[in-house]
Design a binder for this molecule. Structure first.
Ligand SMILES: [Zn+2]
Length: 297
């Protein structure tokens, strides 16, 4: 842990790519011909401890402009890190989003793997969630103390649209499917869910489940950034037919990782330069007021 309240200045970047388990074996984005590495993966100190390693790159957008991009793998393995003296993932998330705000990031695209908790989504399908249910401990309010952010339209419509266009192309090329609406359910882990828990989440309206997406989606809102994610279905959750198969899951990760990373990277390159969404303007309570202010806004 670092005791100083402020870290050394971070290089500037407006875009960020969060690589979750889906692209773990892939070497993207550094190997993409549109990308140039400015700074090799480096951990930065923050008031919440060290960030995960951040790689700084430029990415040539479809429009020709050069975009400054931070690439980070917040969770380098399927299980969250568990440092003994603190809940590792909690502090790593706060450190990461503190650093993203310091760097000036306003648009964040993520990719990850997920499990289907219904029979409608199959392994290798791409899912772009439009809403979420979160059963993990809440980490909101740390980065902007005293404020409560609105969760209206939590996933940026601009980012969802470019992810959807790219995912449709992926689905056509790979003979799989893409969905532009789904409800993501977040669970804490690292243990997996029981069949009864999965059935309960499905009855509540969940479509896919993983240990990612939150807190990222609401910490992004807390720092005023847009957030969108594409998830590749890796397996069926417990109790959903057929039984999940770790070898099949590993094969999908191995084969699909680079392609899923490309979908996310292509979306970052395709995003129009101007934000047309309302993510940064969503009502939130001013410092020192209560959530009632938000509800009546
Ligand atoms: Zn937005």
């Amino acid at each position: 842990m670092v005791s100083s309240k402020r870290a050394a200045p971070l290089p500037r970047a407006e875009y960020a790519l969060l690589g979750r388990s889906g692209t773990e074996p892939a070497a993207l984005p550094g190997t993409d011909p549109r990308a140039s590495v400015l700074l090799e993966p480096t951990a930065f100190p923050t008031p919440y401890g060290s960030t995960p390693e951040l790689e700084f790159l430029t990415l040539r957008a479809d429009s020709g402009e050069l975009r400054r991009l931070i690439f980070v793998r917040p969770a380098p393995s399927l299980a969250p890190s568990m440092e003994p003296e603190l809940r590792g993932r909690e502090h790593r998330s706060l450190a990461l989003f503190w650093a993203l705000r310091e760097a000036g990031v306003v648009r964040i695209v993520a990719e990850s793997g997920a499990a289907s908790i219904t029979q409608h989504f199959h392994p290798r399908d791409l899912v772009i969630p439009h809403d979420f249910i979160d059963f993990t401990p809440q980490r909101s309010g740390w980065l902007s103390p005293g404020r409560s952010v609105s969760m209206r339209e939590p996933f940026c419509p601009d980012i969802r649209e470019v992810l959807w266009q790219r995912s449709r192309r992926f689905a056509a090329e790979k003979a799989t499917r893409a969905f532009n609406r789904a409800i993501h359910a977040s669970v804490e882990g690292p243990r997996a869910e029981t069949a009864a828990e999965v059935a309960a989440l499905a009855r509540l309206g969940g479509d896919v489940i993983s240990q990612g997406v939150t807190p990222d989606v609401y910490l992004a809102r807390e720092i005023g950034a847009c957030f969108g994610t594409v998830e590749m279905v890796l397996n069926y959750a417990e109790g959903v037919r057929p039984e999940w198969d770790f070898e099949l899951l590993r094969a999908i990760v191995r084969e699909g990782a680079e392609e899923l990373g490309k979908v996310a990277l292509d979306a970052l390159a395709a995003l129009p330069a101007e934000r047309t969404c309302l993510c940064a303007a969503r009502p939130s309570t001013p410092e020192g007021s209560t959530a009632e202010g938000l509800l009546s806004a």
